[in-house]
Design a protein around this ligand. Sequence first.
Ligand code: PFF
Length: 453
Amino acid sequence: MTDTNTTAHGKWSSRFAYILAATGSAVGLGNIWKFPYITGENGGGAFVLVYLGCVLLIGIPIMIAETMLGRRSQRNPVETMELLTKEANADSNWHYLGWMGVIAGLLILSYYSVIAGWASAYILKAFTGSFIDADASAIKTIFDQFIASPIQLIFWHTLFMMATMLIVVRGVNNGLEKAVQYLMPALFVLMFLLVAYAMTTGSYFQGLHFLFTPDWSKLTSNAVLTAMGHAFFTLSLGMGSIMVYGSYLSKDISISKTVFIIAGADTIVALLAGIAIFPIVFANNLHPNSGPGLIFETLPIAFGAMTGGWLMGILFFILLAVAALTSSISLIEPTVAWLVENRRFTREKACLWSGGITWLLGLGTVFSFNIWSDFKLFDRSIFQILDYLTANLMLPIGGFCIAIFAGWIMKTQHSEEELAMPTPAYYQAWKILISYIAPAAVFFVFLHVIGVL
Ligand code: PFF
């Protein structure tokens, strides 16, 4: 396959631009909002270790594979699968994988945008001084009252979807690249400052102990599934986001090196978030398992109590909202790229349609926190169902298929050529991980959850 490209497909301006954008996709609510609360719900240390193991043995090899597939075809995920299937003379059903990615992206974005709306609303709350000198129970009341109001949640969800669409409509080079340039360094600095505050709470070591000392008796098979699903979610894998970003990547860039940088940065942000949050949880007698509200019920306490906390609170929630924005654009990009390249939509029309549908779906999540909070299916609210369906099922299944495709269907010569690893040993190691270890791990976790193992 050559580099010539007759479609409306863009290109990153440099390797650095790609790293920024892919890190922007990976680092988001998953790291700062979701990782701490699912760690809290699943008992801490053992869960964290399983998650780290999944990132290393499943996430990184699949991230290399997904980037490689995108870059080889230089097309959107649906077309990528069609094209590469032809190249490998394989069964044409593989293109459904691209489809599943498009659907998973829209489903995830529908709830992602609602939570990102919370982060945006908290910028205003921080600005108006709502957290100053407020204690844990006052902070909790602020959160509870906020999520009880469908109107407020819809307002912020709408605003966030509009911001996402505004960036996506401008395309890769203008929109996506610029958005991430200053965000990542700033986010790192702020996370370190929060960790510094956590050290002053008196419960710092209790927090570290919770995060890093495994108590294996707390690890259920569902916790293992959640940890594995989160490895996919946090690295944006299994649904074509990283594939579509890889497709904008020029051929002279080393995929494996960039993947290590991206996955490393992503993991560090998540761990920093955990290290900052759990000491605050324990110092204020809060419960680690308080669910999706965890960061909104803990970090404002810190901002309310520390010197300079007013400004830090504002900055933190701005950064969180922007980090969410750089992920949300990657959630919708596969759909938009497909509509533009295959359905001959203009970029504007593609954004309007995909954004509109996602916005509508998001209302389900909004209402699951208030007027429909009693509505449960399999004991789960709409938000929990969407989260379980996408992060725990669709992404691992998508990732499993990507692993099988890259390891077994694609010709070795092609993957070797595309990856151009520094030594044959590196390639061999990746090939073993992608062909055997990663798919087997996903498979066994699924068997375990359904009770076969
Ligand atoms: N990785 C993002 C996060 O951790 O917030 C979420 C995400 C983006 C998931 C893109 C999946 C995806 F395709």
